[in-house]
Design a protein around this ligand. Structure first.
Ligand code: BGC
Length: 765
């Protein structure tokens, strides 16, 4: 930032009261805008820099001290009564520093379940209530905008940030994000829906050019954002780092103005991702209203463009006005006296409970819920060191994480913890060795590889199988911002396989069962080993109460009701996007985030050749077997579907189906509504998810009628030749599924043709 200008702003502030300058909150925004100098306007659209960032972007002024550890602040102009507002991450909870210099208080935040677990609940009400608790922490810790939710599409299983994102399907992603935004914003704080858009890999994320057809953009990559913008009115949107068809998203007027504002009606503010793009003036011209965290280079670029006329002051004013609107509605501008005391106890209960609904039971031969089990042997380093969530900006500075070991003990099990110290030392040693190997380049933002698995001796296993009623093995996977995962991370390691086989042999030899818990952030290989143990619980990364939540599911406090928001393929290469994804590229790390395009496949340029055939759309089209299909998940009970009804009233489709609990225990069921379109001139997926609903907790024998509704326009596909959304006339098959490959009943509905033209933009070059 230009220090001289800050100083003069401060001096001006002194004379503001006397001169009667218009004040934010008292005068109209236009008056405040008109009172700003050109320099102030340019400062105002860029942030105040970032603490610890190199060189030019060091923080100026005191704003970084408002909420230490927050990601960014806006530029204050005291003479006009414009405060600095605070922007802080998300999405698994608020990310701020837990301690402050010279202050004995602590500022821990609740680590809620990761995004992928929340979407696995298929429960929008629940996600909204989790968002509400998160928003309370944002509000009470003095932040104004929460940099969440993140809803990029799970295009490939190895994207390093999939854990923050929701689904391979845009309807699940969009509806989950909309519920989350509604919940957070109930607290009168803002959200920033990110990363808009096409940010589907971490490798060279700040320079990667995503080459995507307009149809795939509209139907897959933009659709979720369209849903959240239209259904939940987020205060802000964060543009992504990457390029789309040759242009940085943060510099694309097509994306940020034509589509986002003109077509979808977004009326909030767009901010960049941190240091995103390469031309501040182009960002302002595109409608990227705020540049975060803000650099001197951006200031100079905007000033130069204003001088040479390539950017007009009128264009700048549009962005300035939106920044003013954001600041004006913030808690800070309203003088909210935050307490620094959110209800952490209540939120711990929220995270424990919400995690139950997003865990997915993959296998169960009757061992779960546990009966007559008192003594449990736990294996796998991760049982002792549970993973609450991923790393990077999506990490949360929590006060604790409940391990599986502790969760089981809390529930009254006798757990053999004689090896606890050995495990903890082994984990700490390997972590220290990893950090030392990176020496100067190590950052706490990086995911630490999971420790090499420890396999007990034959004698130890025999004794353990004799003494205990049950074995639980936890396999963990860590991932985070800056890195894509590797194919080795997708597979079980040789040691993990050895552990699984040996523990299972020992316990089965004594007629005792083995349960595997997956404490992972994304998809892993399961096909080759899933028949070995007696049950597999996909616990995801369930937040700080993880061990308690897993135990609640194992003991049947609640029947599992989570379902997969993505496909678990048999082989990694089965995914269509594997042809064009940086699998195991050596340059797939932070250090190669480069702006120089040397044309390296999947690093500089990623061609989304698969088009709309992402996830189940691809596996269905190819009729490929999968390990677990999209939408899959078991329960401790069973459900029967009956009497499907589908009605077209000329505007929308309304559908109903009855669900009955046919088992012995209470449970909730997720019903997925897919539509199969009639023959068309356009290539159509076999079926597409259009809506879903989750039942209440049904007691045995109880029936509930679930209702679904969506506008007819949702049946449209995007016709590139006409640049229009087209609904074909004909008979549509409506499928009610317990998963994408378990369709329980169907109904037909006739629909007339319709067409909605849209701008011909974001074309492939
Ligand atoms: C991430 C964003 C995050 C921002 C601020 C970036 O590196 O991509 O998701 O909100 O940093 O911390």
């Amino acid at each position: 930032m230009k220090k001289s200008i800050l100083l003069s702003a401060a001096i001006l502030a002194l004379s503001a009261c006397e001169s009667g300058d218009p004040q934010l909150g008292k005068a109209s925004l236009d008056k405040v805008l008109n009172a700003m100098t050109l320099e102030e306007k340019v400062h105002f659209v860029i942030g105040t820099g970032m603490a610890g960032a190199s060189g030019e972007s060091a923080v100026v002024g005191a704003t970084k001290n408002i909420v230490p550890g927050a990601a960014g602040t806006t530029y204050p102009i005291e003479r006009l009564g414009i405060p600095s507002i605070v922007l802080a991450d998300g999405p698994a909870g608020l990310r701020i520093d837990p301690t402050r210099e010279g202050d004995e208080n602590t500022y821990y935040c609740t680590h809620f379940p990761i995004g992928t677990l929340l979407s696995s609940t298929w429960n929008q009400e629940l996600v909204e209530s989790v968002g509400e608790s998160m928003g309370e922490e944002v509000h009470e810790y003095g932040a104004d905008v929460y940099l969440a939710p993140a809803l990029n599409i799970h295009r490939h299983p190895l994207n390093g940030r999939n854990f923050e994102y929701y689904s391979e399907d845009p309807v699940v992603a969009g509806k989950t994000a909309a519920a989350y935004v509604r919940g957070v914003q109930k607290n009168d704080v803002g959200t920033s829906v990110k990363h808009f858009a096409y940010n589907n890999q971490e490798t060279n994320r700040t320079g990667n050019n995503a080459i995507i057809s307009p149809r795939a953009q509209r139907e897959i990559y933009l659709k979720g954002f369209e849903i959240v913008v239209k259904e939940a009115q987020p205060w802000t949107v964060m543009s992504s780092y990457n390029k789309i068809n040759g242009t940085y998203t943060s510099q694309s007027k097509d994306l940020l103005t034509t589509i986002l504002r003109e077509e979808w009606g977004f009326d909030g503010l767009v901010m960049t991702d941190w240091f995103g793009g390469d031309d501040g003036a182009a960002q302002i011209a595109a409608g990227n209203d705020m540049l975060q965290p803000g650099t001197d280079t951006q200031y100079d670029q905007i000033m130069a463009a204003l001088k040479d006329g390539s950017l007009s002051e009128a264009e700048l004013d549009i962005c300035v006005k939106r920044c003013l609107e954001l600041v004006a509605r913030s808690p800070k501008a309203k003088g909210y006296a935050y307490t620094n005391k959110p209800d952490l106890k209540a939120h711990a209960a929220v995270t424990r409970q919400s995690a139950l609904e997003g865990m997915v039971l993959l296998e169960n031969n009757g061992v779960l819920p546990l009966k007559d089990v008192k003594k449990v042997a736990v294996f796998g380093c991760t049982s002792y060191d549970f993973i609450a969530g991923g790393t990077g900006s999506g990490n949360v500075n929590r006060a604790y994480t409940v391990s599986l070991l502790d969760g089981l003990k809390n529930a009254g099990f006798t757990v053999d913890d004689s090896k606890k110290d050995v495990y903890l030392k082994h984990i700490a040693d390997e972590e220290a060795a990893f950090k030392a190997s990176l020496s100067d380049t190590y950052s706490a933002f990086y995911p630490t590889p999971r420790p090499t698995e420890l396999v007990p001796s034959a004698g130890e296993l025999a004794a353990s199988a004799k003494d205990n009623d049950l074995a639980i093995i936890t396999f963990g996977r860590n991932s985070g911002e800056f890195f894509d995962r590797t194919s080795a991370d997708f597979e079980l390691s040789a040691k993990e396989r050895e552990l699984l086989n040996k523990v299972t042999a020992a316990f089965h030899g004594r007629g005792k069962k083995v349960v595997v818990v997956l404490n992972v952030g994304g998809v892993i290989e399961t096909a080759s080993w899933k028949r070995v143990p007696d049950a597999i619980l996909l616990a995801w990364q369930a937040g700080q109460e993880g061990g308690n939540s897993v135990t609640d599911i194992l003991t049947g406090v609640q029947s599992p009701s989570g379902k997969l928001p993505m496909t678990f393929p048999i082989n990694l290469m089965d995914a269509a996007s594997s042809k064009n994804f940086p699998i195991d590229t050596e340059t797939g790390v932070y250090f190669t985030n480069r702006r120089v395009d040397v044309g390296e496949k999947d690093v500089d340029q990623t061609n989304y050749e698969e088009g709309i055939y992402v996830g189940y759309r691809w596996f269905d089209k190819q009729n490929l077997p999968v390990s677990y299909p999209f939408g899959y998940g078991l329960s401790y009970t069973t459900f029967e579907y009956s009497l499907p009804v589908v009605v077209n009233d000329g505007k929308k489709i309304t559908a109903m189906v009855n669900v009955t609990n046919k088992g012995q225990v209470a449970g909730k069921e997720v019903v997925q509504l897919y539509v199969s379109a009639p023959e068309s001139t356009l290539d159509k997926p076999v079926k597409e998810l259009k809506a879903y609903a989750k039942s209440k907790e049904l007691v045995p024998g109880e029936t509930q009628t679930l209702t679904f509704s969506f506008p007819l326009s949702e049946l449209a596909s995007f016709d590139e030749a006409a640049s229009a959304w087209k609904v074909d006339a004909g008979v549509y098959n409506v499928l009610f599924g317990a998963s994408s490959r378990d369709i329980r009943c169907t109904a037909e509905v006739e629909v007339e043709a319709s067409e909605t033209p849209v701008h011909r933009v974001l074309l492939k070059q």
